[in-house]
Write a protein that binds this ligand. Structure first.
Ligand code: SF4
Length: 413
């Protein structure tokens, strides 16, 4: 039996930083001290009072850098921008490198496009048999049900679509989406995403879930949302009571940095977990935000304390205007190397590249298998110690060893 506690327990040198990053804090009303508690806790008030213009932003944060000012000037003309007051309070205005700031305040660099960047890096549009439905994997579909989010991330894979800032003209057709699922008996899993489905009213969301649940071959429903992080006030007891009627229902949240996991967020996630909803987290690996093993370790450990299983770390997609936020795969592998074995297995997410152009998620792992033939597998563990595992009689490798890829074999996106 594997016993995790028998591993050598060395004290990491950065434990003080780690402990500090793992502390839970309440955001409080911050810049909005004059607002009544009841308004502050009302998710509709939060939405109505989002920061959406450069003037609002500059009033609250006179420390905007020239790059931020120029980026925010284009807000909602070319670039989507909205920040809930709750989430805005997490920004440190005195710190130009605040990891929250990098995620939600536009910079002029977003208008610079590298030749390999794309408006639809995961090839969703080319896998959409009908508008707002992506069928890329054999047994599951993605329903894009809205183009609205509580706040807009600077690296969003769907920035072509969200908030309609670039004129995508998104109109999901629920009847056709549901009809498609009904007519495809191989689809056993539907993921509702967008945009953010939890921005719908309880009734509207319930209507959708109910209609999907009536499809006999549908085994499993999922919702992808960043609302518990951007707008924890939305996770009301009423919403949770409604959601629990549609099990098995999983929710994937999206948090990138331990500072996002506040007391308010922990409580909102707790309400979802109490409704019996298994929670996973998807992070995007971002330069200036979380491309650091200590930050990532604090984040995944803190997620477990919020009853959320770290699920994926995504290498940042090749989204137009994202070069300033992309970090190397080498850095991602280094982070994975420093998580696996060094912390609870449940805390270790799968690192993936969403293959450019629509190839789907490809797992990326440090090389633990050093050698393999029909008689043995040579592996190394997280400490770098090498072990030999004798292969069983049917152990002839299933795949040829890696070879160099010819240019002509590459799938062009
Ligand atoms: S919440 Fe998700 S869909 Fe919305 S802007 Fe952020 S990454 Fe994009």
């Amino acid at each position: 039996m594997h016993n995790e506690t028998s591993e050598s327990a060395e004290e990491p040198p950065s434990s003080t930083v780690l402990d500090k990053l793992k502390q839970f804090r309440s955001v409080g009303r911050g810049f909005w001290q004059d607002i009544q508690e009841s308004s502050w806790n009302d998710w509709r008030w939060q939405l109505k009072n989002r920061i959406t213009s450069v003037d609002q932003l500059q009033r609250l944060m006179p420390t905007l850098t020239p790059e931020e000012f120029a980026g925010a000037t284009l807000a909602n003309n070319k670039l989507a921008m909205a920040i809930t007051p709750y989430f805005f309070n997490l920004i440190d205005p005195a710190d130009e490198n605040c990891p929250i700031r990098w995620q939600v305040i536009p910079r002029i660099q977003e208008t610079h496009n590298a030749p390999w960047e794309m408006s639809d890096p995961c090839g969703e549009d080319s896998h959409s048999p009908i508008p707002g439905l992506v069928h890329r994997y054999p047994d599951r579909v993605l329903l894009l049900v809205t183009d609205r989010c509580a706040a807009y991330c600077r690296y969003c894979t769907r920035s072509r679509l969200v908030s309609n800032a670039s004129g995508y003209d998104f109109h999901p057709e629920f009847d056709r989406q549901i009809e498609y699922v009904r007519n495809h008996s191989e689809v056993r899993d539907v993921l509702l995403s967008g945009g953010d489905p939890l921005l719908f009213s309880d009734d509207k969301l319930e209507n959708l879930l109910k209609r999907l649940r009536e499809i006999p071959h549908l085994e499993f429903l999922r919702i992808g949302t960043r609302i518990p992080i951007f707008l924890p006030q939305r996770i009301t007891p009423e919403l949770c009571a409604m959601l629990r009627k549609y099990h098995p229902l999983f929710i994937s949240v999206h948090s990138n940095h331990p500072r996002e996991l506040t007391i308010e967020v922990r409580e909102s996630l707790g309400r979802l977990a109490d409704a019996g909803i298994p929670l996973g987290n998807q992070s995007v690996l971002l330069r200036h935000v979380n491309d650091d093993p200590v930050i990532m370790k604090a984040h995944v450990q803190k997620l477990l304390m919020c009853r959320v299983r770290p699920y994926y770390i995504y290498q940042c997609d090749l989204i137009s205007g994202s070069a300033h936020l992309r970090t190397s795969v080498r850095k991602g592998l280094q982070i994975m190397e420093e998580l696996r074995g060094h912390t609870t297995g449940y805390a270790v997410p799968q690192y993936v590249i969403d293959a450019p152009g629509g190839g789907g998620k490809v797992p990326i792992n440090p090389d633990y298998v050093l050698e393999r033939d029909s008689e043995k597998v040579i592996v190394r563990n997280y400490e770098g110690k090498v072990f030999e595992y004798p292969e069983a009689v049917d152990g002839t490798p299933l795949v040829e060893p890696p070879k160099e890829v010819e240019e002509s074999e590459l799938v062009q996106s």
